[in-house]
Design a binder for this molecule. Structure first.
Ligand SMILES: [Cu+2]
Length: 426
């Protein structure tokens, strides 16, 4: 007579050793596999299951593993322990190591962008881009072979002022398998630079262009199949500041949206592969801010303080889907779209097509957590979610629970606004 492990690392092991960590609350499920009467006891912890009587009957034992050491578990029915129904429980000191991501982080921190230029004369600005193909973390326990500018998605934020000449050096890492290139939407001339920058692994090319127009412009790889290179993560933004710069704000952020086409469905574990058929028929599995599932909600939420003004540089790499970008619980004070002579005031949702970008400005008037979404909301279920956390008290004068009436303005820290979580998937 024995205990047999079910699932995980104990699967099919006879009288498996149960490895626990100090402080864990443990539940052991006991199922009767043959029909005689049994139970499971860990005397040291005073943990004892009910007897399971009859084949398929179940019982559970739960306890807090608060003492370090190795202890016995056994069946207390007379003679069963001696017949073989016993094993060890080991409680190790300290917490269990966090689940390690199976690949390096691919997502660029949205606070990772160069500071404003302010006023200066036009000059030559050298831009170094390196194309790197690397396996990166797409989700917990899911990886993907990304193609990138600089090893992150999106690529580096490039900043210049109108009248500057950008001297772009594109180096394709020697570990690459494919050629890559770059097309700057802020460059004027056929191909946007891609004809000068088709670059084989281990080689470098260069081209220069004049930043004629102020604005926020996408750049992306333009090596066939272009959609595949873009989907795999090869996009970024160039800001060409107007003369004298943009108005001062307290904080700036950099977000890009894209979608990914994988053979296995959204949420699968392990390494995901590109599905070319889904790509050309525009059936994505993943929608992503900054390259990874929920990256801007989990690892890199945007952070600001009450009464600060923030600016979000938001672009869509795509390659195929527009974004209806929206902040849950706030409108945009100013939105600057390409070619518009005047900013939009008070927009609620901003439509940005693939290969385009918008400059979004918001003053944060109430503390709490704001969800960042594409208002095509099904995409939350495919990885597209972010958060903007504003430190400071909630402004009850602007919104509060219950009936209207006198309020204690800015008195209460809680409750937090509703959180926006991805639904549970199976
Ligand atoms: Cu490429």
């Amino acid at each position: 007579m024995v205990f047999i492990g079910v699932g995980g690392s104990i699967e099919e092991k006879i009288n498996p050793e149960l490895i626990l960590h100090q402080g864990e609350r443990v539940q052991i499920n006991l199922i009767n596999g043959e029909g005689a009467e049994h139970d499971l006891v860990i005397e040291f912890y005073g943990a004892r299951s009910n007897r399971v009587i009859g084949k398929g009957a179940g019982a559970t034992v739960s306890f807090l593993a608060d003492k370090v050491g190795t202890f016995s578990y056994f069946c207390s029915v007379a003679g069963h322990r001696e017949a073989g129904m016993q094993g060890k429980v080991t409680v190790e000191p300290g917490p269990r190591a966090a689940v390690r991501q199976i690949a390096p982080e691919i997502s660029r921190d949205p606070a990772d962008l160069p500071p404003p230029i302010h006023a200066r004369a036009p000059q030559i600005v050298r831009v170094d881009l390196t194309t790197v193909e690397l396996e990166g973390s797409l989700d917990d326990k899911t990886s993907y072979q990304f193609w990138t500018f600089g090893g992150k998605v999106p690529g580096p934020f490039v900043r210049a002022r109108v009248g500057d000449t950008l001297e772009v050096h594109l180096r394709n890492d020697s570990t690459s398998i494919l050629a890559h290139s770059v097309d700057f939407h802020g460059a004027i001339g056929p191909g946007g630079g891609s004809q000068f920058t088709q670059t084989n692994p281990g080689e470098e090319t260069a081209f220069s262009f004049k930043a004629e127009n102020p604005g926020l412009f996408v750049y992306h790889c333009a090596t066939p199949s272009i959609a595949q290179h873009v989907a795999n993560g090869m996009y970024g933004l160039l800001l060409v500041e107007p003369e004298g710069g943009l108005p001062e704000v307290d904080r700036e952020f950099y977000i890009m949206q894209g979608e990914l086409y994988t053979t296995k469905p959204f949420g699968s574990q392990g390494r995901q592969e590109m599905d070319y058929d889904k790509l050309i028929s525009e059936r994505p599995e993943y929608f992503l801010f900054n390259g990874a599932v929920g990256a801007l909600a989990k690892e890199h939420p945007l952070r600001a303080h009450l009464d600060e003004t923030i600016r979000i540089f938001f672009g869509v790499g795509g390659p195929n889907f527009s974004s209806a970008f929206h902040v849950i619980g706030q409108t945009f004070d100013r939105v600057k779209l390409d070619g518009a002579t005047e900013p939009l005031i008070g927009a609620q949702t901003v439509s940005v097509p693939p290969g385009d970008a918008a400059i979004l400005e918001l003053k944060m008037k109430s503390g709490g957590r704001y969800g960042l979404v594409d208002h095509a909301l099904s995409r939350i279920e495919r990885g597209l979610e972010g958060a903007l956390i504003v430190d400071g008290v909630r402004n009850d004068a602007l919104m509060h629970e219950g009936v209207a009436g006198p309020v204690r303005a800015r008195g209460n820290l809680q409750p937090q606004p509703p959180q926006f979580n991805r639904g549970q998937r199976h």
